[in-house]
Design a protein around this ligand. Structure first.
Ligand code: SF4
Length: 377
């Protein structure tokens, strides 16, 4: 089993908090499409021999592509894979790109899941984040998508915004529930280097919210979504039973994937590779048969740290027997740390798995970093 990720780097504007790789230069689109098709050709052997179950168009903003541009990429993939066997074909969309015609076109091409970047249903928040859409467009986009054949939809929300009151967060969560979507991803705002908000933080124009407020917002989210029938299957992801993102779940369980497009990462046969994080350089390299990615073979400690990082974020946790696959030093390190974390109540044991209990979910990152193994050489 394997997946394909296609990074579409184009955005019309830059959101104030975003550190994903993106470009606002729309002129590069047609050359970008050619380069992605070339990259597909270069990976023909992988595509022909792997059982591809999920395809994910992420960004950037994939919905900045016109229907015929999306179709060109999907058709090109069909030269090598049978897309009818693909179980989940997801496309990230911005609400203001959603029209009946656009959704119908995507559905015709086999897109069966949308991930919509809503972030908030409060106009003031959206303006402050420099989002392109407003709250009404977000609500309309959800309705249009549902009415035009999307039965599996995810929406993204942000919490921990310095200017968001608890009442506003509560109403965002309630709107999300009332939208009757199948999946909700909720991320706490982080101030990443290179973003406008990072500059604001450094200049004192914005401040991180106190930890107690973050916990209050997260607890509210957990409780309300639980009551509404959502399963918190990964720390930031909630789904109605059976609507978990298959593509992302595969990342967390070590299934191989091929990443296409600038900045896309791949994980194939214990090798991690990452494409150049510059659309112009990516196009140039692919058009001149140049190098467009770097790669490394994962060491035992890389694989262990990845397993810990991804596993402890999921509700299932880490399969303790999988630690037997590592060298004795790592095994001893893990077992010592496990004893310590269990005695502190930070992880619990359940049927051969160790997992973070819901009361400690907010400090998951801290627990993960305690489990990390650092090579001394
Ligand atoms: S959040 Fe999405 S739309 Fe906004 S700049 Fe980042 S990638 Fe583009």
């Amino acid at each position: 089993m394997a997946g394909i990720y296609i990074h579409v780097p184009f955005c019309y504007t830059r959101c104030s908090y975003c550190d994903f790789y993106k470009t606002t230069d729309q002129q590069l689109k047609s050359e970008y499409i050619k380069a992605v098709c070339k990259e597909i050709d270069l990976n023909a052997s992988f595509l022909k021999h792997e059982d591809i179950r999920t395809i994910y168009f992420g960004g950037g903003t994939p919905s900045t592509l016109k229907l015929n541009e999306v179709e060109t990429i999907i058709h090109h993939l069909q030269s090598y894979i049978n897309t009818r066997l693909v179980k989940e074909l997801t496309m990230e969309v911005n609400p203001d790109d959603v029209t009946e015609e656009y959704i119908q076109g995507l559905v015709k091409m086999g897109v069966n899941r949308l991930s919509m970047g809503i972030q908030s249903f409060v106009d003031v928040h959206l303006r402050k984040m420099n989002r392109r859409h407003n709250a009404q467009q977000a609500k309309d986009a959800i309705r249009i998508a549902k009415e035009n054949g999307i039965a599996n939809m995810s929406i993204d929300l942000i919490y921990g915004l310095p200017y968001m009151s608890f009442e506003e967060w509560k109403s965002n969560v309630q709107f999300a529930i009332e939208s009757n979507v199948q999946h909700i991803s909720a991320y706490h705002l982080t101030f990443e280097k290179g973003t406008l908000y990072y500059d604001y933080l450094k200049k004192g124009k914005l401040a991180e919210i106190p930890e107690q407020k973050s916990i209050e917002q997260f607890d509210y989210l957990l409780n309300e979504l639980d009551k509404a029938g959502f399963i918190n299957y990964e720390i930031s992801n909630f789904a109605i039973d059976g609507c978990e993102s298959q593509h992302n779940s595969n990342y967390w369980t070590g299934v191989k994937y091929l990443g296409l497009g600038p900045s896309a990462h791949s994980f194939i046969d214990n090798n991690r590779r990452w494409n150049v994080r510059d659309t112009g350089k990516y196009i140039q390299a692919l058009s001149s048969d140049g190098a467009y990615f770097e790669e490394e073979e994962l060491t035992d400690s890389d694989r262990y740290n990845e397993l810990v990082m991804l596993g402890l974020r999921t509700s299932k946790g880490i399969d303790i027997s999988s630690i037997d696959n590592f060298n004795p030093i790592i095994r001893t390190y893990f077992n010592d740390e496990l004893k310590k974390q269990v005695s502190h109540g930070n992880v619990v044991l359940n049927d051969g798995f160790c997992l973070v209990p819901s009361t400690k979910k907010m400090i998951t990152d801290r627990i993960i970093s305690d489990f990390f193994y650092v090579d001394n050489d």
